[in-house]
Design a protein around this ligand. Structure first.
Ligand code: ADP
Length: 260
């Protein structure tokens, strides 16, 4: 071959996925995975084909949230087939290796696992693939932000100031690698009392919305703190799958509408 011949072009990553969107948070425990799953179901309720890639290596919660069991199957082209629940396609590191193994992985192992889930899963045609990111802003997060063909990122935050400071770090990280911030979701924004129906702003109100405005990122909406959401997630029966047009279902559908 000619010495100046170009190397063969690599096949594009995820050619049949219209939009790849990262769901990120500055720290763990703010409800990133809960948001990812219910937002995916909200997008599906709008008629979109949706998948979730659980890249949260150190705490994969997708198998629990969607009650997924068993190892993924492999198709004729040796591609992994995603599991499916409530019409959502799903792949998680938690389905491929046991948690203790993943816990002791170093950066390069984490990256190769994530690269494999991006390149070697037969997602089929999807409108949206949500990537449930590992919490924080370290090397693994940066590598996914650079390596996945992201249309943008969503930042999940609680109204607490500390979480907001962490959220700002997340925003800065994505901006550094030119990934647009599609918006902020405020989780556990307020509490609606199951007994009396009263609304309690436990963490104060309006903090995340004001912060989003200050940072120049869209505010996608607020999700209340509810017993129902927590209990449904623990049982692997996500609220929006069963009551897409209930109060919480509409909250997530509104966030989905603000996104697409
Ligand atoms: P992360 O992915 O950020 O670590 P999770 O989605 O796993 O967070 O949520 C952490 C815990 O908080 C879980 O027990 C989950 O059920 C609960 N949770 C998340 N969002 C809410 C909410 N809006 N109301 C009640 N519980 C919630």
């Amino acid at each position: 071959s000619k010495p100046d011949a170009k190397p063969a072009a690599k096949p594009p990553v995820l050619p049949d996925v219209r939009h790849v969107i990262a769901v990120a948070s500055g720290k763990g425990g703010v409800g990133k995975s809960t948001t990812t799953v219910n937002l995916a179901l909200g997008l599906r309720a709008l008629g979109l084909k949706v998948g979730i890639l659980d890249a949260d290596i150190y705490g994969p919660s997708l198998p629990t949230l969607l009650a997924l069991h068993g190892k993924p199957r492999v198709d004729a082209n040796r591609q992994l087939l995603p599991s499916e629940a409530h019409g959502i396609k799903a792949m998680s590191i938690g389905l491929l290796v046991d948690e203790e193994t993943a816990m002791i992985w170093r950066g390069p192992m984490v990256m190769s696992a994530i690269t494999q889930m991006l390149a070697e899963v037969n997602w089929g045609a999807l409108d949206v693939l949500l990537i449930d990111m590992p919490p924080g802003t370290g090397d693994a997060q940066l590598a996914i932000a650079q390596g996945a063909p992201l249309r943008g990122a969503i930042i999940v935050s609680t109204p607490q100031d500390l979480a907001l400071i962490d959220a700002r770090r997340g925003i800065t990280m994505f901006r550094k690698v030119d990934v647009p911030i599609l918006g902020m979701v405020e989780n556990m924004a307020h509490f609606i009392c199951t007994d009396c129906g009263a609304r309690h702003d436990i963490f104060g109100s309006g903090g995340a919305e004001a912060e989003a405005a200050r940072l120049g990122v869209p505010y996608l909406g607020a999700v209340p703190l509810t017993m129902e959401l927590r209990a449904a997630s623990d049982r692997g029966r996500p609220v929006v799958a069963f009551e897409p047009d209930g109060v919480l279902g509409r909250v997530y559908q509104d966030i989905a509408r603000n996104l697409v």
